[in-house]
Each structure stands twice: as C-alpha cells, then as structure tokens.
Ligand binder design. Structure first.
Ligand SMILES: [Mn+2]
Length: 140
C-alpha cells in the first residue's frame, strides 16, 4: 500500500494526466507546493514500486497499477468533498478538511460513507431534515 505522501503524488499525477495529458515534475511540484527535487525523489520511488515509469527527458506515465489506484484516490477525494458538503460543512473548509482526512480512513469507512451519500441523494427530504436539525442547533 502507498503511504499518505505517495497517495498525494499519485492522486495529483493522475489528475494532471487527466487534465493535460501529461504530468511534468514542475507541475507536480506546483500542485503539491513542494520543491522539484522532492518530486524527483518521490517519482523515482513510485517508479521503483511500479506505480509509474519515469524517464528523465521523456516524462512519466502511470502503469496500470498506478492508474487504478490513481482513479480510486481521485474518486475518494471527490466522495469526501460530497460528504462534507452534504453534512453542511462550510465550502471554504471542505478542501483542506478532505486533504486532512482522506489518507486516514479505511476503504471500508469510505464505502460506508458512499452509502450515506447515496442515502441522502436518493431523497431530497432527507437533506432537508438534516438542514432543519442544523438550523436548530445553530440557533441554540
Ligand atoms: Mn486529495
């Protein structure tokens, strides 16, 4: 299993490739706010662990293993954003909160959160009921 830091890199690389068709060391460094030398080091480790293939002058491509986990990590991030939004967390807190928790939940917990998101999405009155409780608690 990738470490939290490896997960951040794989997630970011996957999104860059989805958006632009490629992921350069400089783009990854910018996206993660780290020094390019840290990116090079991590990319070499991810290459060694078969998540990607890195050639210094040709860039990097994700392996099937890297793509598979990359998609899962991006989906997980999106699900958690959706979850926090549904339970009423302020928009400006959501991104950082997800970055803080995403690596620390089991896939079991992620799947159950997925069920809960589905539960709310299947019937709008459920969200309205939750909002009513939040309003009561906020007014206390
Ligand atoms: Mn994330």
């Amino acid at each position: 299993m990738p470490t939290p830091s490896m997960e951040d890199y794989i997630e970011q690389i996957y999104m860059l490739i989805e958006d632009k068709g490629y992921a350069r060391v400089s783009d990854i460094a910018e996206a993660l706010a780290v020094h390019p030398s840290s990116v090079t080091k991590m990319v070499q480790k991810l290459d060694k662990d078969d998540y990607l293939v890195y050639e210094k002058y040709r860039g990097l491509i994700l392996t099937n293993k890297g793509k598979k986990i990359g998609k899962r990590l991006v989906d997980r991030h999106e699900l958690l954003e959706q979850f926090l939004s549904i339970i009423g967390v302020d928009d400006d807190k959501i991104y950082n909160d997800v970055e803080g928790i995403e690596h620390h939940l089991s896939w079991n917990a992620i799947d159950r959160i997925g069920d809960l998101v589905q539960y709310f999405e299947e019937d709008e009155t459920r969200i309205k009921q939750l909002k009513a409780i939040q309003k009561l608690n906020n007014d206390k």
